[in-house]
Write a protein of this length. Structure first.
Ligand SMILES: Cc1cc2nc3c(=O)[nH]c(=O)nc-3n(C[C@H](O)[C@H](O)[C@H](O)COP(=O)(O)OP(=O)(O)OC[C@H]3O[C@@H](n4cnc5c(N)ncnc54)[C@H](O)[C@@H]3O)c2cc1C
Length: 344
């Protein structure tokens, strides 16, 4: 029987694994993809916002430049797993978690296996992230094949008309990369300016591209319909509609944690506070699960024999979350604690 099973081998899951290793716990990590699989879907040429020491988990993170690239980060996290000899069970999707008298029973399905494997463990840490659940526009046509909620690289869009939806870092960086390969970019954003969190060194670049007309922008505008050839944009507050030709639509409107764990432990929220708790068999309302989703992203939540309330500290611990995880035994040998802190 394991002391600890970690669902998800992203940066937070790995940090839990390292802390567990240091505490001499028998711990395995289960990921439905490869280790740090969500980084695989990041833009190929992205540079992290954080400096490498802020992303470190137990071993130094040395990079060629000031900030790590995606490729450097992938190599780093592989090295962390190797250095600490973490038991990372890649391509094992956890499909069920049940409470038992001793702790928990998990089922993990490998695509090559006919039946899921059963794992018994005293504790479970759920570190399943948020990058797989984009905030949808919720408009007709969003499911068309030329619409994507992820941007990986600009090459496929050369000389194409691309509508980028959003005004944060992902949208701005995608618009810039697209403009550099001569895609015809129109950025649609519901605010009257770029988001305040846009990287300071990126802002002058996009501002100048907008000024010189290489990136067209529709401020205070929302996409209300997508067809195979165009996007219908409604301008606030007057409601005027415009048809913008589009060969591709890249909607980069953020992501949220999918807190529908494969278990009878459902997240619930207490009123409008940012406290989530896990109770057996309770079913979240749509709004409560959304609140829990936004607070629990990137957060390694510990499910214990007596499900604790989780003080999540702030209502939007979204993108920039760095795990600081401690795993300790108390006198009875059963306490695990974990916490996640926002990167300054
Ligand atoms: C473009 C971009 C740039 C970013 N830049 C920075 C930055 O500069 N600094 C910073 O601190 N943060 C940055 N972030 C955010 C950071 O990457 C995330 O906060 C971090 O990846 C969260 O780690 P995590 O382990 O919680 O989740 P994830 O990395 O999403 O890992 C979750 C893992 O759980 C697995 N999983 C999900 N469900 C199951 C299941 N049922 N069974 C098994 N496995 C499952 C997934 O496959 C995945 O590997 C950035 C994010 C993006 C998108």
């Amino acid at each position: 029987m394991l002391d600890l099973a970690v669902i998800g081998a992203g940066p937070c899951g790995l940090a839990v694994g390292v802390a567990a290793k240091r505490a001499h716990l028998a711990c395995s990590l289960f990921d439905k993809g490869p280790v740090v699989s969500s980084l695989q879907r990041y833009p190929l040429y992205m540079t992290f916002f954080s400096t490498p020491e802020k992303l470190e988990i137990g071993v130094p993170f040395v990079t060629a430049g000031d900030k790590p690239t995606r490729r450097e980060a992938l190599a780093y996290y592989r090295r962390v797993a190797e250095h600490f000899e973490l038991d990372v069970r890649q391509y094992h999707a956890v499909v069920r978690v049940e409470r038992t008298a001793e702790g928990f029973e998990l089922e993990a399905q490998h695509p090559g296996a006919a039946e899921p494997e059963t794992i018994r463990t005293r504790h479970v840490v759920c570190a399943t992230g948020y990058f797989e659940s984009p905030n949808l526009l919720d408009v007709p046509g969003e499911d068309l094949p030329h619409v994507s909620h992820f941007f990986v690289e600009p090459h496929p869009y050369w000389q194409q008309r691309v509508v980028v939806v959003g005004g944060g870092n992902s949208a701005v960086e995608a618009a810039l990369e697209l403009s550099r390969v001569n895609a015809r970019v129109t950025l649609v954003h519901f605010l009257s300016d770029f988001d305040r969190g846009v990287k300071p060194w990126v802002l002058p670049d996009i501002t100048n591209r907008v000024k010189e007309g290489r990136v067209a922008v529709r401020w205070c505008s929302r996409v209300v319909e997508i067809t195979r050839s165009h996007v219908v944009v409604r301008r606030d507050p007057d409601g005027d509609r415009e048809t913008v030709p589009a060969d591709f639509v890249v909607a980069l409107t953020g992501y949220r944690a999918d807190l529908s764990p494969p278990s009878p432990w459902r997240p619930t929220c207490e009123g409008s506070t940012s406290r989530a708790s896990f109770r057996p068999g309770s079913t979240p309302t749509r709004s409560s699960s959304r609140t829990a989703g936004s607070t629990a992203a990137g957060f390694a939540t510990t499910l214990k024999a007596n499900p604790p309330e989780l003080p999540l500290g702030g209502d939007r611990l979204l993108d920039i979350v760095r795990p600081r995880t401690r795993c300790e035994r108390d006198e009875s040998g059963s306490v695990l604690t974990s916490e996640a802190r926002r990167v300054p």
